[in-house]
Design a protein around this ligand. Structure first.
Ligand SMILES: Nc1nc2c(ncn2[C@@H]2O[C@H](COP(=O)(O)OP(=O)(O)OP(=O)(O)O)[C@@H](O)[C@H]2O)c(=O)[nH]1
Ligand code: SF4
Ligand SMILES: [Mg+2]
Length: 428
């Protein structure tokens, strides 16, 4: 089951941390009447039996005066971008509401709407002093019917009402992107795993593990193969012939009666795979493409469209290469060596300025605008919400983006690119 990110937002003292503790059924966050008790985003990953795996963000009040600098605000908004469900907490007992303009609430609602989040209002009602729910929602937006509930958040017995409310109103459980398109359980998926210098001993990389597990779980047989890329790319023709013969022998043996349905390769092997699989009729794609399609919830097409921006690059343009992790970089690393080298070859040495962003760091919206194109890895160490937040930032900044597998296939020609996107029903 997919993990859902739930973000808790609102002004100071509205009861966000009390809601965090109700959801987690535990004193997870400090609750206090001092405004500004929660100073930073607090993240909890847990399993809520009725909802499945969730990540919850308790955030600082967005109206906090003075102390809440731009950085804190940015952190709260970053949490919002990574949330699937935005719970806006309004403390109904706040007497200031009778004269209030609700700018904090409006800011949260507008950002949540712009980013297509599921937005629910939780009126935290714990006395009959000033029950102003209807007045509040009319003041925020008289034309909008908000999905809301009224609950006393400090009351532990309200847990079940809260979970029922989220379950009843959220549509997220129904959205599922399969890792791979429908695969036939009577046919083989050939996995080409060259294992480069950077790969740690003792395990496969995450995309390789995930895909292998996904297929085997569904009774689809796999065949894991290590291509010797050194030999396949050797300047000695006898080494190339030897490696090609080994590959052809396995493939033709497995592919009797057209038994191979798909070959998935490391993107960096596409230069060889594109040439060596030309005469076979099975489909081909790359681990990086499978991952980015899955993590972007089936939006591979956007990354394919980014190729046009690559074609339009001109000397002096800036490109960002972004990876979702900080792995050890040795030898023929794709992001730092292979792609920049290819760009030097295509556009002239250092004609295109390349910046790198690794791990969870991603340029802020302001800096993003400097780039003509972002080239993203498969993103296996990020989750769907983090990729969605990046895509939304990029779209908002008007920056095109593509992916390692898409670009490395494009380097082998239009046919090679069409071949790797065909399993996802795409064509350029
Ligand atoms: N009796 C009662 N008090 C509540 C309830 N919800 C919140 N409070 C009180 O309201 C105050 C603020 O609650 P918090 O949960 O810390 O609010 P917050 O939104 O996290 O506040 P900041 O972290 O400062 O932004 C605390 O004194 C809580 O005890 C409730 O349902 N019943
Ligand atoms: S996050 Fe990106 S660079 Fe890191 S292992 Fe996954 S696909 Fe490769
Ligand atoms: Mg708090």
């Amino acid at each position: 089951m997919k993990r859902i990110n739930i973000g808790l937002f609102g002004r100071v003292n509205s009861g966000k941390s009390t809601l965090m503790n109700l959801l987690t059924q535990h004193e997870t966050s400090i609750v206090d009447s001092t405004p500004g008790t929660t100073a930073d985003v607090k993240t909890i990953v847990m399993e809520i039996h009725e909802l499945g795996p969730v990540k919850i963000f308790d955030t600082a009040g967005l109206d906090e005066q003075g102390v809440l600098g731009d950085k804190k605000k940015e952190k709260t908004f970053n949490a919002l971008k990574r949330s699937d469900i935005v719970l806006l907490v309004i403390n109904e007992n706040n007497e200031a509401y009778s004269t209030d303009e609700f700018s904090t609430e409006k800011e949260i609602i507008s950002m949540a709407k712009k980013r297509g989040k599921e937005l629910f209002i939780i009126y935290n009602k714990f006395s009959d002093v000033n029950p102003v729910k209807n007045i509040i929602s009319a003041k925020i937006d008289p034309n909008h019917k908000f999905i809301s509930t009224e609950l006393e958040l400090a009351k532990k017995s309200n847990y079940i009402h809260l979970i029922d409310f989220i379950k009843k109103n959220s549509k997220l459980q129904q959205i599922k992107t399969p890792l791979l398109p429908n695969m036939d359980r009577d046919k083989i998926v050939f996995l080409n795993i060259p294992i480069d210098e950077e790969s740690p001993e003792g395990r496969f990389l995450r995309p390789q593990m995930m895909i292998e597990e996904y297929l085997v779980r569904r009774f689809v047989p796999t065949f894991a193969y290590r291509m010797d890329l050194g030999k396949a790319r050797s300047i000695k023709s006898e080494e190339v012939a030897e490696e090609k013969k080994r590959f052809d022998e396995y493939i033709s043996h497995l592919n009797r009666d057209d038994k191979v349905q798909l070959l998935i390769t490391d993107s960096q092997g596409m230069d060889i795979i594109a040439k060596w699989t030309k005469d076979y009729n099975f489909m081909v794609t790359t681990f990086s493409i499978v991952m980015i399609n899955f993590l972007s919830r089936g939006n591979l097409e956007m990354f394919v469209n980014g190729i046009r921006a690559f074609e339009d690059l001109k000397p002096g343009d800036k490109v960002m290469i972004a990876e979702g992790c900080n792995h050890d970089r040795k030898g023929e690393d794709i992001g730092t060596v292979q792609i920049p080298r290819k760009m030097d070859k295509l556009f002239g040495k250092d004609q295109i300025q390349v910046d790198h962003y690794f791990g969870r760091v991603f340029a802020g919206e302001e800096n993003l605008k400097e780039y003509k194109l972002v080239i993203h890895c498969g993103g296996c160490m990020l989750d769907q919400q983090a990729i969605a937040a990046r895509i939304e930032d990029l779209i908002e900044s008007g920056v095109s983006f593509t992916n390692y597998g898409v670009l490395l296939s494009y380097f082998e020609g239009k046919d090679a690119l069409n071949k790797v996107i065909e399993p996802f029903g795409l064509k350029i």
